[in-house]
Design a protein around this ligand. Sequence first.
Ligand code: AMP
Length: 365
Amino acid sequence: MKDTITLGILGGGQLGRMSAMAAARLGIATVIFCPEEDSPASHVAIGTMVAAYNDEEALKAFADKCNFITYEFENIPVETIEYLESLKAAPIYPEKALLLVSQDRIKEKSFINDLAIKTTRWKEISNIDDIKAAVNDWNASSFILKTTRFGYDGKGQIKCNALDLDSNSELSAFLEKVNGQGLIMEEPVDFTCEVSVIIARDVHGNSQTYGPMLNEHKNHILHKTTVPCGIDQGLNDRAIEIAKTIADEVNLIGVLTVEFFVCKDGSVLVNEIAPRTHNSGHWSIDACAVSQFENHVRTVCGLPVGSSTRHSDAVMLNLIGDDINNIDQYLTDPYTCVHLYGKKEARNARKMGHITFLETKGTSK
Ligand code: AMP
């Protein structure tokens, strides 16, 4: 028998936790590396190293335990990946190049546009004069300003009216707060809905996709995902084709998520990409033979990608903050799957778990 494979995961959140659980099902052991004590992923892994991402001694000890290394979120410092690569202890997927692109909205949009894939109109911003020039150029009545890095769940962005820019106190306060950080200005998209596609691609270049999924947000945080998403077949196919184009272009090994705006004029625009599993794919644990998490583990460990075929339609609801206090109603329903992440404090806006409602195609036992 082969020795047990050990997969190292950088990051200890719920995505790492669900990948570790999928790994366990395949007989693959996981070791977590993260700076936080008592992280959700640590509860289900065989080992955890709690250390800073720049702690080289700890990183070396971690790498020595692993046959393969991956990460569960895209804001892992690139220097951490570079240091681990220099040790040549274990292959690290997805590749650093994708991480670099997804960490910076300017690089990300340039990369996507270079593939002849459309995004909203955008411009790099250094100061208020750049904003005024773009407002003029675009004849804009409003715009969205975002920090180029470290934005998530609506953090680090502001939507502004383009009138009276000099006396806009919200804009001045935002610019003061993000002083020194790179900024991107985007044209607001008049979308009918937001969808995402998740693609898993293995070392042989074979890939499987999940979705498109329909994503609805509350306070900038994903609230509900529905699959199938109900958009027309042409747009559906186009979204999948775009995800495949991006994955093939970077020779993806691992999982990649592409978020889209579906526009009133019948086009799709890419909003952003992430080289990881995604909240909009959590339903796949319960509605597919091979979930996004299992395919994450399979592909980064050199195993063949598994079928993403959906046996049930599904709706996923996030449990945010105090929502976790209302789970009793879900625990007795036969087609409702409850997932909790083991986080102790139900802080405001914290993702505590999720529920998947299955619309089963067959109900016999
Ligand atoms: P992001 O962090 O870029 O994914 O933005 C978070 C959410 O803000 C998106 O899911 C959209 O709902 C909204 N948003 C971001 N950029 C735009 C845009 N250019 N036009 C319209 N809505 C946007």
